[in-house]
Design a protein around this ligand. Sequence first.
Ligand code: URA
Length: 213
Amino acid sequence: MPHVSNRVTLIDHPMVQHKLAIMRSVHTGTKQFRELVRELALFEGYEATRDFPLEDIDVETPICETVCKRIAGRKVAIIPILRAGLGMVDGMLELIPSARVGHLGMYRDEVTHEPHPYYAKFPADIDQRICLIVDPMLATGGSAVDAIQSLRAEGVRDIRLLVLVAAPEGIEAVLASDPDVRIFTCAIDEGLNEAAYIVPGLGDAGDRIFGTK
Ligand code: URA
């Protein structure tokens, strides 16, 4: 898996690239787009949890007793940034069914492109959990930086940001804002246009997931 830096992982698996190309197409409809967001979130979740420690467990197969591995009790919270992040939650929960889900509501000022938090609800023991922030698009990085700061204020130590498409500007902003956060992305695009949309990107992820305009 290419590590663009020691804190940025680019998931460029052929299946991921294939599915992302379908998502980028303006001709892909809401149903398929939503399904692909869920699938890519699941694939990305595999990579973002690759370093989870394992412990031995005794298992009796139909043939004999053996020793297998299981995840050694890491507690996870999935934190979607509303609204587009919701599209990644189901895929993540398929991978980690026991995860808790916190929510962070942020809207983007259409003029300044600044994020404005309007809602936050986290599990009570959030500071004991590995937090996987999910948001399909990392554009300016404003919402992600805000989300990371909110979680640090709650005492969270291990924060990982999972996006599907990232702009270099957003990656830089996130890495500069926090010394430890790690970023996982399926693509690093060219940059942002004047409206702070990612180029070539895939448009407004929230609108495409929910079929709004
Ligand atoms: N949010 C989106 O949904 N798309 C972009 O290109 C940038 C931010």
